[in-house]
Design a protein around this ligand. Structure first.
Ligand SMILES: *Cc1c(COP(=O)(O)O)cnc(C)c1O
Length: 399
């Protein structure tokens, strides 16, 4: 099928929930993808921070094929070897004591919110409210949607799950003011992704950890986007020298295959007992076998090191563009989760389209922060290639 035919078929049969670009991607290899008409693109969007190892990484493909020929799915009523091994790898490499598997970021956050409630319910505590951040993004299911501190995602879906309080990001006084005897947890992204690539200060994260411990409430990190090496460490919390009580993962966890996970300390996790939470597909043999392969590549093949180095290079080069194009107001981020904020009135979406027409895929959030989230295996040469096209697009902007 051609781009045009796929576009028409989509319009006729798929619900209209995405403003899609007018191409259909049919093939990928490393940091490149191809559309149905054979056009090649350098991919700095990576399935939205999912394909951290690039497209169709050979180790991921091999694990997928081998597991597909062995066992694709069984119920969680039975034990699943790759599930237990991926959980072991995750707990060995994080603060966590136990893992619950599901299938997406939103689902992982639902699991986290349910664990928060259960944690206090089994203690006969009246705490159930959760404080989240303005500009946060936690997903589209009802609980995750209520946790998301952005009106535009919630409109038309009220009444939302109670009870969330939204406070400004990176503002410890606001958190302290919002906490009361009903507060159960504070939940945040250690680097906000969808909200515009916002990085909090180390002091804020340390103060927040200390405050939650002191107040007897749980600290939840949504690392659905920032986790799995994306920020130059396996988990973004490592940048701040703090650990949460609960953490959620998804996007980059299984090399592009759908998966989600909610990790917790043994103490928090013990609130869940048989029957309290479940997922039919969660932790299935296929997704977790691929997750093992993907995590091995991340840990053993210098991918995170490359992310850190190439990320620094990208920031340096973007700052040079910022000096040349003053309508770039700010360049920020960690590792390869990088944002370039544009001045009011500059349409980021137009820049994205122009880059696409020249064979480079980048992303933009809120029409004003260009977001660069390439595979963590990207090279400086590929960064240069992207920037060459970006610079051309920026030169065409009427500021
Ligand atoms: C993408 C994202 C989610 C939602 O993940 P889905 O798999 O789309 O449900 C949640 N939290 C953060 C921080 C995300 O970036």
């Amino acid at each position: 099928m051609s781009n045009q035919l796929i576009i028409e078929n989509t319009a006729n049969h798929v619900m209209n929930t995405y403003g899609r670009f007018p191409i259909a991607l049919v093939k990928g290899k490393g940091v490149r993808v191809w559309d149905a008409d054979g056009n090649e693109y350098l991919d700095f969007a990576s399935g939205l921070a999912v394909c951290n190892l690039g497209h169709c990484h050979p180790d991921v493909v091999a694990a997928l094929k081998a597991q597909a020929e062995t066992l694709i799915h069984v119920s969680n009523l039975y034990h699943i070897e790759p599930q237990s091994r991926l959980a072991e790898m995750l707990t060995q490499n994080s603060f966590a004591g136990k893992v619950f598997f599901c299938n997406s970021g939103a689902e992982a956050n639902e699991a986290a919110l349910k664990l928060v409630r259960k944690y206090f319910a089994v203690r006969n505590s009246p705490r159930y409210q959760v404080i989240t951040m303005e500009k946060s993004f936690h997903g589209r299911t009802f609980g995750a949607l209520a946790a998301t501190g952005q009106k535009k995602f919630q409109e038309g879906f009220e009444p939302l799950l109670e009870k969330f309080t939204y406070v400004p990001f990176d503002d410890i006084r606001a958190v302290k003011k919002a906490v009361n005897e009903k507060t159960a947890a504070v939940m945040l992204e250690p680097v906000q992704g969808e909200g515009g690539v916002n990085v909090p200060s180390e002091k804020y994260m340390k103060d927040l950890r200390a405050f939650c411990t002191e107040a007897g409430i749980l600290l939840v990190f949504d690392e659905v986007q920032s986790g799995m090496g994306r920020t130059g460490k396996l988990f973004a919390y490592e940048h701040y020298g703090v650990t949460p009580d609960i953490m959620t993962l998804a996007k980059g966890l299984a090399g592009g295959v759908a998966i989600g996970a909610m990790l917790a300390t043994d103490e928090a996790a013990s609130a869940f007992t048989p029957g309290t939470h479940a997922s039919t597909f969660g932790g299935n043999p296929l997704a977790t076998a691929v997750g093992i392969a993907a995590l091995k590549v991340l840990l053993e093949k210098g991918v995170i090191e490359n992310c850190r180095k190439t990320g620094e290079y990208l920031v340096k080069r973007l700052n040079a563009l910022k000096r040349k194009f003053p309508f770039i107001k700010d360049v920020r981020g960690k590792g390869l989760l990088i944002g370039a904020e544009l001045a009011e009135g500059i349409k980021g979406g137009d820049i994205v389209k122009e880059c696409m027409s020249k064979g480079v895929l980048i992303n933009c959030v809120h029409d004003k922060v260009l977001r660069f989230i390439p595979a963590l295996i990207v090279t400086e040469k590929e960064v240069d290639e992207m920037l060459g096209v970006l610079e051309g697009a920026l030169a065409g902007v009427k500021a």
